[in-house]
Design a protein around this ligand. Structure first.
Ligand code: NAD
Length: 363
């Protein structure tokens, strides 16, 4: 199969769909790979790294889309890219169609077959192509929160780990899933005093079993959340209710009860945010202040560490990409229910129930 990887064109997106390692694996399976010149540069992969493993370098996205049977990307295709998709072409990337009727309409009109990273499953109720980005965002959250806490950035001027004779920062992590666990581990590793709040008792049992000496757990009742927020130097929002907007767990009124200069890091901002005062920011201008409390609300946190994120995503997508290339999408999906769950669009039809429901389109 001829596999094509164009440059990402969404603003602030530095990741790339295929790493040189992934290209090499595909080539060793007998496939041909073409990469748009410069596609990997934002993640530190120059054209030479792709040509060294036998991939072809082409000048334009038009060439990639015209020649490739499967397009491997990171972000959903933008309007100009969607015009280049054609009947029978396979698209493997993040799509997030439910809130995006325009993209859905264009994909249906193109006649392509689109498999969305975010709905591929792993048989244990997990989402293996979303998890790596949650791991990245989780590990990044205390790092950006620590920076936000610095005085020059408007923060409280508190050092995460303290120093001999001065206690550490108090960090509350609301939501103990993939993001929350990684955030809590890094915050604890920096020496902070960390409490994870969740509403799932089985999850807290698991966290307590595995990380009992590293951080504490607490049930996320409204009362506990309010109390812990009042004492915190940093609160990391990491909740997820699948298919729903994030619940608002700290109100504007509560900000005045918090310590001045405390930091709120709202990782759940891509689901609307879990603090009432959250609004999405960008890497170019990531923080703002409301009522003396500093907010960090970047919606695509993994983009800040594009190289790590690209490699992590590539590791997760590679076996699926190879199965699609080796067997063709029909047999690959017939033999793997988890990959089949990724199928969102085929030949002008929506094939994913939740997206159809969200957009009022028959599936
Ligand atoms: P997850 O499903 O692994 O974990 C979510 C956790 O939240 C679960 O343990 C759940 O029990 C808990 N929860 C749900 N409602 C709660 C409540 N009211 N109070 C306390 N806990 C509650 O999800 P995840 O992969 O960790 O993702 C968390 C959030 O981070 C999501 O909104 C996701 O979209 C977002 N995310 C953002 C970025 C970014 O760049 N900003 C990157 C990756 C993920």
């Amino acid at each position: 199969m001829k596999i094509g990887c164009p440059s990402e064109i969404k603003p602030q997106e530095f990741r790339v769909g295929l790493t040189p390692n992934a290209a090499q694996e595909a080539i060793s399976h007998g496939h041909e790979v073409i990469v748009q010149s410069g596609a990997g540069a934002g993640a530190g992969f120059e054209d030479e790294a792709y040509s060294a493993v036998g991939a072809g370098i082409v000048d334009s996205a038009e060439q990639v889309f015209a020649e490739a049977e499967m397009i491997v990307k990171v972000k959903e295709p933008q309007a100009g890219e969607r015009k280049m998709l054609r009947e029978g072409q396979l698209l493997f990337t993040y799509l997030h169609l439910a809130p995006d009727p325009e993209q859905t309409r264009d994909l249906l009109a193109s006649g392509c077959t689109a498999i969305a990273y975010e709905t591929v499953t792993d048989g244990r109720g997990g989402l293996p192509l979303l998890a790596p980005m949650s791991e990245v965002a989780g590990k990044l959250a205390p790092q950006v929160g620590a920076w936000t806490l610095q005085k020059a950035n408007g923060g409280r001027g508190v050092l995460m780990g303290g120093v001999p004779g001065v206690g550490p920062a108090k960090v509350a992590v609301i939501g103990g899933g993939v993001v929350g666990t990684h955030a809590a581990r890094v915050a604890a590793g920096m020496g902070a005093d960390v409490t994870v709040l969740d509403r799932s008792l089985p999850r807290m049992r698991y966290l307590d079993d595995v990380f009992g000496g590293t951080f504490k757990t607490m049930y996320a009742s409204a009362g506990n959340t309010a109390e812990i927020a009042r004492e915190a130097d940093m609160v990391i929002g990491a909740v997820l209710i699948p298919g729903a907007a994030a619940p608002k767990l700290i109100s504007r009124a509560q900000l005045s009860e918090m310590k001045p200069g405390a930091a709120l890091v709202d990782v759940a901002i891509d689901q609307g945010g879990c603090f009432e005062t959250s609004k999405a920011t960008t890497h170019a201008d990531p923080i703002y202040e409301v009522d003396g409390i500093m907010h960090y609300c970047v919606a695509n946190m993994p983009g800040a560490v594009a190289r790590t994120s690209t490699i992590a995503l590539g590791n997760a997508t590679m076996p699926f990409m190879l199965a699609l290339a080796d067997k063709g999408w029909k047999r690959a999906c017939a033999e793997d229910e988890n990959l089949l769950n990724g199928l969102n669009v085929h030949a002008g039809k929506l094939t994913y129930g939740a997206v159809g429901q969200a957009l009022g389109i028959e599936v």
